[in-house]
Design a protein around this ligand. Structure first.
Ligand code: PRP
Ligand code: URA
Length: 211
């Protein structure tokens, strides 16, 4: 099975992403733009989901009765800490029934190797797990996050990122060929410190104002 790369191209996403790329953008507007892009991307990521007619009947103002539609697929949103937290609410607003898990990973600044420090996902039968992390640089963190989710027995996994480079995308597909990647932009390259160019800097620091 071969995972897809879906670049979520949309003028609204392009405009909001360019706000995020601007070094002058402050944490509040940075967070708001990321949140809104995450909601917009949710539309694309889940467009193949099936619904069913539940037993609950709704009454329309025009006097008709209809079965209430529900999603067949249970969803877990799994942000990679910290920066993935910035995408969680944007997705959850669109899928309020989704459960949330957390994957604690940081990238060692010298080796660029991911270090896992926390993992907790809700127990759900056969869920679709959406791993969220805005930045896909070397791909080491995304590969480790997917490994961690698979280790707990979950198989149906999608990855949602904001900005990535070819190297990171290829790394994920080399280790996890069945995982579909949804991304807003594929940037040019990494610099010698493993930062994406043009990119938007350190996503975690900009979301939480830590620098
Ligand atoms: C950033 C980002 C990814 C990772 C991407 O996290 O949010 O998790 O780097 O880099 P990679 O593709 O080379 O692994 P960081 O380690 O800075 O942690 P933070 O979100 O806590 O700041
Ligand atoms: N992590 C970030 O936050 N930004 C990058 O450009 C690369 C990794």
């Amino acid at each position: 099975m071969s995972g897809k790369l879906v670049v979520c191209k949309h003028p609204l996403i392009d405009v909001k992403l360019s706000i995020m790329r601007d070094e002058k953008t402050k944490a509040k507007e940075f967070r708001e733009s990321l949140d809104e892009i995450a909601s917009l991307m949710t539309y694309e990521i889940f467009k193949d989901l099936e619904t069913y007619d539940s037993e609950c009947i709704i009454h329309t103002p025009t006097g008709c009765d209809l079965p209430k539609k529900k999603l067949k697929q249970k969803i877990i949103i799994a942000p990679v800490l910290r920066a993935g937290l910035g995408m969680t609410d944007g997705v959850r607003k669109m899928i309020p029934t989704a459960r949330i898990g957390h994957i604690g990973l940081y990238r060692n600044e010298e080796t660029l190797e991911p270090v896992e420090y926390y993992f907790k996902l809700p127990e759900v039968k056969n869920p679709l797990v959406l791993i969220c992390d805005p930045m896909l640089a070397t791909g080491g963190s995304a590969v480790a996050a997917i490994n961690a989710v698979k280790k707990r027995g979950y198989k149906n996994i999608r990855l949602m990122c904001l900005v990535g480079v070819k190297e990171g995308i290829e790394n994920v597909h080399k280790h996890h060929p069945e995982v579909d990647i949804f991304i807003a932009a594929v940037d040019e390259k990494l610099n010698d410190k493993g930062y994406i160019l043009p990119g938007l800097g350190d996503a975690g620091d900009r979301i939480f104002g830590t620098k």
